[in-house]
Design a protein around this ligand. Structure first.
Ligand SMILES: NC(=O)c1ccc[n+]([C@@H]2O[C@H](COP(=O)([O-])OP(=O)(O)OC[C@H]3O[C@@H](n4cnc5c(N)ncnc54)[C@H](OP(=O)(O)O)[C@@H]3O)[C@@H](O)[C@H]2O)c1
Length: 279
């Protein structure tokens, strides 16, 4: 049965796919709670949504990499007087480079934002949803979590975790009337940028609009689908990737990765680092 949502909390709402989620939700009359670090961007978006759609918007500037700073967001999710019935764990960070040469602090911060924060927020949101027998969670993973990639060990590992975590959780909580969806975008315009670097190995047609990605995910969570891969190209890539035996895939990727190592770029399923402000 298709589910509707009254109030959503969206992390990483200050740009890109997260802002796309906030716009699509507000346009459908859903109240939104916006979470990210950049207070000014959140305030601007809140004003836009309130004026355009007359919905109530809350703003919670938060650094999700800071384990203590998350507490107010956790409390907000547990507040049964103003229940949040859709949680969108969208905020993400991307590091890129040979793992041994990257600063460990950045790698750990990436795990904090991509893995620990979504897990903590989901854990805070679920009891109320289960009690009310109504709710949804979207975890924004990546097609980059589907296969190994040179220079993407931390990022790909974090997204692989998030995909399987979400799919497992979807089975666990479905009987309580809660829908969980792992969203696996491919290349998507990030932040405010709509240009590619001249040496980009991808064509503009392969890059999706954040709003479209968000809309597809909202349809999927409403319908109770545990996996959403937006766009035909990405669907095809993931389907083929899952059919090919892992050892064949690894051999192919080893040769692709040798090229990547020669000309560093982000792992598959992310815009190149210079196009991706979270890198
Ligand atoms: N773009 C792609 O090609 C692509 C592909 C696959 C998956 N994804 C995933 O999609 C999600 C959204 O990415 P995007 O492309 O829309 O990127 P983006 O435009 O760079 O947005 C990232 C969002 O995450 C927030 N964020 C980052 N670190 C944060 C922190 N420590 N605390 C709170 N918020 C934080 C940023 O807000 P502040 O800077 O204001 O904190 C921003 O709103 C990410 O999980 C990403 O991994 C993206």
């Amino acid at each position: 049965m298709t589910m509707t949502f009254n109030r959503a909390l969206v992390t990483g709402a200050s740009g890109g796919i997260g802002a796309g989620f906030a716009r699509a939700l507000a346009a459908a009359g859903t109240e939104v709670v916006l979470v990210a670090r950049r207070r000014d961007r959140l305030a601007e978006l809140a004003e836009e949504l309130e004026q355009l759609h007359q919905v109530s918007v809350e703003v919670m500037p938060t650094d999700l990499a800071d384990s203590a700073a998350i507490d107010p967001v956790i409390q907000r999710l547990a507040d049964s007087d103003r229940p949040v019935d859709l949680l969108v764990n969208n905020a993400g960070q991307l590091t890129n480079g040979p793992f041994a040469e990257l600063p460990l602090a950045g790698e750990l911060q990436q795990i904090q934002v991509n893995v620990i924060a979504p897990m903590r927020l989901t854990h805070a949101a679920l009891p109320g949803m289960i009690k009310r027998r109504h709710g949804g969670v979207i975890n924004v993973s990546s097609i980059g979590g589907e296969a190994p990639s040179a220079y993407g060990a931390g990022y790909c590992g974090s997204k692989a975790f998030l995909t399987l975590f979400s799919q497992s959780l979807a089975i666990d909580v479905k009987r309580h009337g809660v829908h969980v969806t792992a969203l696996l975008p491919g290349f998507t315009w990030s932040g405010d940028r709509r240009d590619l670097s001249p040496d980009a190995a991808i064509s503009r047609r392969a890059v999706q609009e954040p709003d479209r990605v968000a809309r597809e995910a909202l349809v999927a969570v409403a319908a109770g689908r545990a996996l959403c891969v937006p766009g035909l190209r990405n669907k095809r890539a993931v389907a083929i990737g899952r059919m090919v035996p892992r050892r064949v895939m690894n051999a192919v990727l080893a040769s692709v990765n040798a090229t990547i190592s020669a000309a560093p770029q982000g792992p598959p399923g992310t815009a190149r680092p210079q196009d991706h402000p979270t890198s």
